[in-house]
Design a protein around this ligand. Structure first.
Ligand SMILES: [Zn+2]
Length: 338
């Protein structure tokens, strides 16, 4: 029973492969093959040997010999090239094999996702000061710190990645609403394989004067977002949207965690000696959960802590934080694009 079934399968396989073979190609002259497959061809009449080359991929052959050599290494049996009315002809089997080899070896690499846009969001601004504390008699406002750090991060990113879009949600002491920020984040024009990363920068405050340290938040994976836009739904049908959403969300959540980790690690290297890491956390922040992209929110320290507040009031410390965030983003991009 099994043998018989196996024979039928074998026969079918043979028939199928034969019919594919028979229908695929016909004999071509060497010159015709070169033109059709955009391959450089050469033939030496003295040795009766020839070569084909396409972007560093080589096939060698000889007139009257039933094989070809692929990239100087692999010998493959094929129908032999033959002469016909002064032209060197490549039989159908030869044309098939060589054509297949070139197209496989030179197939365009699968395009990876790239980070096309980086959106830096300095928390608060304008009428919204964010957290406020008094440090050495001077008032320290969260919105000022976040702007200074964001400018540093954006400047560094712009000089490293001149070809990418580096956007800040505000560049001065203005107040874009949370909805504005989300809209800015989601409106970044993207190609098929492009993505945006979103980094919101904040400073912390607490009634507990002992609270200190930095933390990085990412989106809570339990939270269901609508990642797929209306156009996709129109195109693919509404029943597939939840599936696409779940798949994309999984990916974006993972990427958010990785982004959070990279920035958190860099903050540790940069300011870990003076500020404790309070961990990577998951939360349903408004800004983060409505942004259709890998997103994090950084709390760079407590302005209410006597020593940390004093550090956060100095430009050199804010520069260290900016450098750390920048390096974390670079680490993430390198991970994401490889
Ligand atoms: Zn804040």
């Amino acid at each position: 029973m099994r043998t018989k079934a196996l024979r039928v399968v074998l026969l079918l396989t043979l028939l199928l492969s034969w019919s594919v073979r028979a229908s695929a190609s016909e004999a071509l002259s060497l010159a015709e093959f070169g033109k059709k497959h955009q391959v450089l061809v050469s033939f030496d009449p003295l040795t009766a040997c020839g070569q084909m080359e396409q972007r560093g991929v080589f096939v060698s052959f000889a007139a009257g010999k039933p094989y070809m050599i692929l990239d100087w290494r692999t010998l493959r049996k094929v129908e032999a090239p033959y002469w016909d009315q002064g032209a060197l002809m490549l039989p159908a089997g030869f044309v098939d094999e060589a054509g297949k080899y070139f197209s496989e070896r030179n197939a365009p690499k699968k395009e990876a996702y790239s980070v096309a846009t980086i959106l830096i969001d300095p928390g608060h601004g304008g009428k919204d000061s964010g957290a406020i504390a008094t440090v050495d008699g001077a008032q320290l406002m969260e919105k000022t710190l976040t702007l200074e750090v964001s400018r540093r991060v954006a400047d560094l990113l712009r000089s490293r990645y001149p070809e990418r879009k580096i956007i800040t949600t505000r560049d001065d002491d203005s107040f874009p609403s949370l909805e504005d920020r989300v809209a800015m984040a989601n409106s970044a024009g993207l190609g098929m394989k492009e993505t945006v990363i979103y980094v919101s920068i904040h400073a912390n405050a607490s009634f507990n004067k002992n609270a200190k340290g930095y933390e990085v938040w990412y989106l809570n994976p339990e939270y269901r977002r609508t990642v797929v836009d209306a156009e996709t739904v129109k195109e693919k049908g509404s029943d597939i949207a939840p599936i696409l959403n779940a798949m994309l969300e999984e990916e974006f959540t993972t990427e958010s965690i990785i982004l959070a980790r990279k920035v958190y690690d860099r903050l540790g290297l940069s300011i870990g000696a003076s500020s404790p890491g309070r961990g990577i956390r998951a939360e349903e922040w408004f800004v983060v959960r409505n942004a259709k992209m890998p997103s994090i929110l950084i709390e760079m320290g407590f302005i209410t802590h006597p020593e940390e507040g004093r550090l956060l009031a100095t430009s050199s410390y804010l520069r260290k934080i900016g450098d750390a965030i920048y390096n974390g983003i670079v680490d993430f991009i390198e991970h994401f694009e490889n």
